[in-house]
Write a protein that binds this ligand. Structure first.
Ligand SMILES: Cc1cc2nc3c(=O)[nH]c(=O)nc-3n(C[C@H](O)[C@H](O)[C@H](O)COP(=O)(O)O)c2cc1C
Length: 387
């Protein structure tokens, strides 16, 4: 058993064990990958203020996200094709999240279906919705999430059309993978992954295959998004979806203060400051840099969450101390899943939890509600001066 002490350890193991097509799918950003890179490097620009001689006993990382108790302010982000990183990946990740006491968000583009995840877990999970042109299908999808007792609907707003990741095109990304010669040569070196996949409940898009028609290639993410996703999504439609759902709604993919105000207007329960992990608009600001302006605009009126770039408990600490009420991890848990299945997701959560707890203590804070800007050293021009 390898000794895993940080998220990078899981990433290395993940790269060894998972077919290149799916590693590249996760470990890419769009176009030049500037936003993808800055999501992590901008966290490094913020330093922490060490405090001493503060009683550190009785610490807790527990808090709430959209009124739900969480063991730490971290949820698993919706990650499409999770079940291609590891057999039954969504089920394994959801189980790890449940055992740890953090929310799991199931992507519309998951491999395991809503029903399969619901059957394999007992805690309610969150469902992430991509809006499709087919209104009947969309209504049925919302009904399926309701029937599965999902406790929040996460509507993703930053992917009406798909950003381009060069490697997905070059690799011919599909689920299941098409057996070209380069793919077969690569798969031959990933026997652990292959054996797992032979026993998987499912190897296609569980929420859509068989539920929607009119897609030229059912195994291709690019074909689904190009042909089915609704490019006409606007705030009126979002307000209607909220009404239709009737429960907690989290709007994901906000990077601009004006959009945050619109999200507030339609009555979001929370917003996620996110650039989709640098996978959509290359050249957009990193989430952590965009956060302060959004907090200034709406932070006292709506719960503000953040994702994109979180690779450690210190990143969580920085986002929360800046003012976010919660964070999400996408790649960090995906590395764990590809490396070691459910145990790897648990390990990713343990690593992040420990880093958060120890860093809080060394900053002289015992509880999440005590985290504030006072423990951060933020460069004066961190938000940047943009015209
Ligand atoms: C491989 C991969 C697939 C993703 N699929 C989805 C998805 O289906 N729906 C969605 O809303 N976001 C999706 N995202 C974005 C994540 O929810 C999240 O915003 C992002 O991963 C956060 O950045 P991080 O990976 O640096 O933590 C995906 C991200 C990755 C890495």
């Amino acid at each position: 058993m390898p000794v895993i002490t940080n998220i990078d350890d899981l990433k290395r193991l993940y790269q060894r064990r998972v077919p290149r097509m799916f590693y590249d799918y996760a470990e890419s950003g769009s176009w030049t990958e500037q936003t993808f890179r800055e999501n992590t490097s901008d966290f490094e620009d913020i330093r922490l203020r060490q405090r001493v001689a503060v009683d550190m006993t009785g610490r807790s990382t527990a808090t709430q996200m959209v009124g739900q108790d969480v063991a730490m302010p971290v949820a698993l982000a919706p990650v499409g094709l999770t079940g291609m990183q590891c057999a039954d990946g969504e089920i394994k990740a959801a189980r790890a999240a449940e055992a740890f006491g953090v929310p799991f968000t199931l992507s519309t583009m998951s491999i395991n279906s809503i029903e399969e995840v619901a059957e394999a877990t007992s805690a309610p999970f969150w469902f992430q919705l991509y809006t499709m042109k087919d209104q009947d299908y969309l209504s049925r999808l919302i009904e399926r999430a309701r029937a599965a007792n999902c406790s929040a609907l996460v509507i993703t707003l930053d992917l009406q059309i798909l950003g381009q990741r060069h490697r997905d095109l070059k690799n011919g990304l599909s689920a299941p993978p098409k057996l070209t010669i380069p793919t077969m040569m690569n798969l031959a070196t990933k026997w652990r992954w292959g054996i797992g996949m032979l026993g998987a409940k499912r190897r296609d898009f569980g929420n859509i295959v068989g539920h929607v028609q009119g897609v030229s290639d059912p195994s291709s993410l690019m074909a689904w998004t190009g042909e089915q996703f609704d490019p006409s999504l606007d705030w009126d439609k979002i307000a209607k979806l909220k009404e239709q759902w009737g429960g907690k709604v989290i709007l994901k993919g906000i990077l601009d203060a004006d959009d945050a105000r619109m999200a507030l207007k339609v009555g979001a329960d929370a917003i996620v400051v996110s650039n989709h992990g640098g996978r959509q608009l290359d050249g957009a600001l990193s989430s952590i840099r965009a956060l302060p302006a959004i907090l200034d605009a709406v932070g006292d009126k709506v719960e503000v969450h953040l994702d994109s770039g979180i690779r450690s408990g210190q990143d969580v600490l920085k986002a929360v101390a800046m003012g976010a009420k919660g964070t999400y991890i996408g790649r960090a848990f995906t590395y764990g899943l590809g490396a070691m299945g459910q145990a790897g997701v648990t390990r990713a959560l343990e690593v992040i939890h420990k880093e958060l707890d120890v860093s809080m203590a060394l900053c002289g804070r015992r509880r999440v509600d005590e985290l504030d800007r006072d423990i951060l050293l933020v460069p004066e021009d961190f938000e940047g001066r943009w015209q």
